[in-house]
Structure formats: structure tokens, C-alpha cells
Design a protein around this ligand. Structure first.
Ligand code: PBG
Length: 329
């Protein structure tokens, strides 16, 4: 009797393959990143992110209604702040009438059930493009965590369901949780970017928000003193466990495809949902190769997303969310 088992039986046709498939991508998996700008009727394509746009508030309502109809029920908000409103402390981030605050209200008005998560970090508001306050070439930790806590409360006040700190300061989850509790926002959740690596894959995003660290004397050129070294693994577990202890409801690994070993390891260790951010550079790579005719866009997109989910992601933040829903529905 040879072979004893014929594994190909389970691959022999479409029906049996779908019957034994272990991982399925659905609209429920996605968190849709949205980039918001000032202005009226603005829908600008991001140069390094083909078919992805920055949008003004008047178009945002229509966009989220469309997402909701497609079964995409959660958004992750980022704002592009005009240069004249940027400073070292991210003062504009706390403006009750700031762009983020107005964006949250706009979405909740247009589509009250849409789950609104907000990016909490200083970089879009920082004149230096850093996720924290800079002093003598150093990114200040505790002072930054305080601003992030105030920012979180300010988002909760206008209706954010979850805040998503993407800065990697130490102790910021605890500062944010305490500030939210003190302001009676017991039900406002925290999705922490827990294992966020100092990655070159964020390039197109920094174009989208014009938020790259500036080239000036005494300003660090990269984010390596707070984002993690791509070479490290134990550190990801430590960061994640600490964030959960401090009050994170959801943890995140970022970027996606190059860090799936970390995703699996964290998934095996923790008892909270694990999100993965398939970042701008991952999106740009697929778009660029497909434009050249070198890769099959839809097939590669699906393969990467399935790999992310198979590795343990419960939630995927992805610029492909709409493309996927169009493809599978
Ligand atoms: C900044 C932030 C970044 C991303 C999300 N929040 C960039 C960075 O850390 O420089 C990247 C997302 C992407 O590349 O798609 N706090």
C-alpha cells in the first residue's frame, strides 16, 4: 500500500478545497484607514499610494456611508494638519474644533453605528515630524504620554469609540486609561500599537500626511529611539504584555507581512484580540508591481491578507479593504 495517505484528495476540486479551507477573509476582518484634510470637495490621490485618497470633511460622510453598505464597519482616522498649525507639543491635537475632532463628529453624524478609532500620536501635529515632544535631540517620554492622554480624552469627548496610540512611548497606555477613567469614559477602548517596528515600510504614509521627521540640526532623522528594532522578537512580547497590563483592549503588530512570526507568537500568548496593520509600503509594493504587469494584483492582495489572518490576526487594518470587498462580493 503506497502512498498510505493521499493529501491531494483534499485539493482535487474547487468544492473540496473550499470545504477544508481554514482561513477565510470577510468584510468583518477589516479596519479601514482614512486620511482627512481641510478644504471643500477635496479628494486627492496620494502619489505613493495609487487609488488611495485624502478627503475633506464634506466628502467623508458619503465615504463612510458607502463603507457601511459594503459591510466595512470600522474606520481608523488620520488627519493631515496644515504646516502653520504644527508645533513641538502638538497643541493643535487638543483643539476641540480641530480637524480630527470635526472628522469624528462628521462620521458619527453620517453613520452613527460606524466604529470610529482614532490615531493618537503627535507626528501629524509635530513641526519636527516626531511622535513625541523633542528637546535637545531627545524625544521626551512622560511629557509626551501626558499629551497623548489629553488627546485621547478630547477624541472621546466628541464620540471616538476607540483611541489607537501609535507612538510607542513607555507607559502611555496607562496614562491614557487613567485619563479616560477620570473623565468617565469607561467604555472608550484602547487599541494599542504594541509591537510597532521602526520600519521603512511607512514611507508612503508619511507622504500622505506630510509627517516624516524633518531634516534639521538636533532632530533625530528616524524613530529608532521609540519604535522597535526589526531584529527583535522578545521585545515584542514584552511590549505587548505590558500594554495589556496597562489596559489595552486590543493589541497590534505593525507592519504585517514581514512580521508574521511575531503575530503568531503574540497570538499564542495573549487573550485579547490581535490586530495587524498592513502598512502603506506593503500596499505600495503590490500596486507598483501590478502596474508594471509583474504581479497579479488581486491574487497577491488576497494571498497576503490570508497569510496575515492565518498567522493570527483577528483584525486587519488595510488600505485594500474596499478592493477586497469588491472582489469577494
Ligand atoms: C505615526 C503612524 C505611522 C503609521 C501609522 N501611524 C507612521 C510612523 O510611525 O512614522 C504608518 C502607517 C502606514 O505606513 O500605513 N504615528
Amino acid at each position: 500500500m503506497y502512498p498510505l495517505r493521499r493529501n491531494r484528495r483534499l485539493r482535487s476540486g474547487k468544492a473540496i478545497r473550499s470545504l477544508v479551507r481554514e482561513t477565510i477573509i470577510a468584510p468583518d476582518d477589516f479596519l479601514v484607514p482614512l486620511f482627512v484634510v481641510e478644504g471643500k470637495g477635496v479628494k486627492e490621490e496620494i502619489a505613493s499610494m495609487p487609488n488611495y485618497y485624502r478627503m475633506s470633511l464634506d466628502l467623508l460622510g458619503k465615504e463612510v456611508k458607502e463603507l457601511w453598505k459594503m459591510g466595512l464597519k470600522s474606520v481608523l482616522l488620520f488627519v493631515k494638519v496644515p504646516d502653520n498649525l504644527k508645533d513641538n507639543k502638538g497643541t493643535e491635537a487638543l483643539n476641540p474644533e480641530g480637524l480630527m475632532q470635526r472628522a469624528i463628529k462628521t462620521i458619527k453624524n453620517a453613520c452613527p453605528e460606524m466604529l470610529v478609532m482614532t490615531d493618537v500620536a503627535l507626528d501629524p501635529f509635530s513641526e519636527y515630524g516626531h511622535d513625541g515632544i523633542v528637546e535637545n535631540g531627545i524625544i521626551l517620554n512622560d511629557e509626551t504620554a501626558e499629551v497623548l492622554a489629553e488627546m485621547s480624552v478630547s477624541h472621546a469627548e466628541v464620540g471616538a469609540d476607540f483611541v489607537a496610540p501609535s507612538d510607542m512611548m513607555d507607559g502611555r497606555i496607562l496614562s491614557i486609561r487613567e485619563a479616560l477613567e477620570d473623565a468617565d469614559f469607561f467604555d472608550t477602548g484602547i487599541m494599542s500599537y504594541s509591537a510597532k517596528y521602526a520600519s521603512a515600510f511607512y514611507g508612503p504614509f508619511r507622504d500622505a500626511l506630510d509627517s516624516a521627521p524633518v531634516d534639521a540640526q538636533n532632530i533625530p532623522k528616524d524613530k529608532k529611539t521609540y519604535q522597535m528594532d526589526p531584529a527583535n522578537r522578545f521585545e515584542a512580547l514584552k511590549e505587548t504584555e505590558m500594554d495589556i497590563d496597562e489596559g489595552a483592549d486590543i493589541v497590534m503588530v505593525k507592519p504585517g507581512i514581514a512580521y508574521l512570526d511575531i503575530v503568531r507568537e503574540i497570538k499564542n500568548e495573549v487573550d485579547v484580540p490581535v490586530a495587524v496593520y498592513q502598512v502603506s509600503g506593503e500596499y505600495a509594493m503590490i500596486k507598483a508591481a501590478a502596474e508594471k504587469g509583474w504581479l497579479d494584483h488581486d491574487a497577491v492582495m488576497m494571498e497576503q491578507l490570508i497569510a496575515i489572518k492565518r498567522a493570527g490576526a483577528n483584525i486587519i487594518a488595510s488600505y485594500f479593504a474596499k478592493d477586497v470587498v469588491r472582489l469577494i462580493s
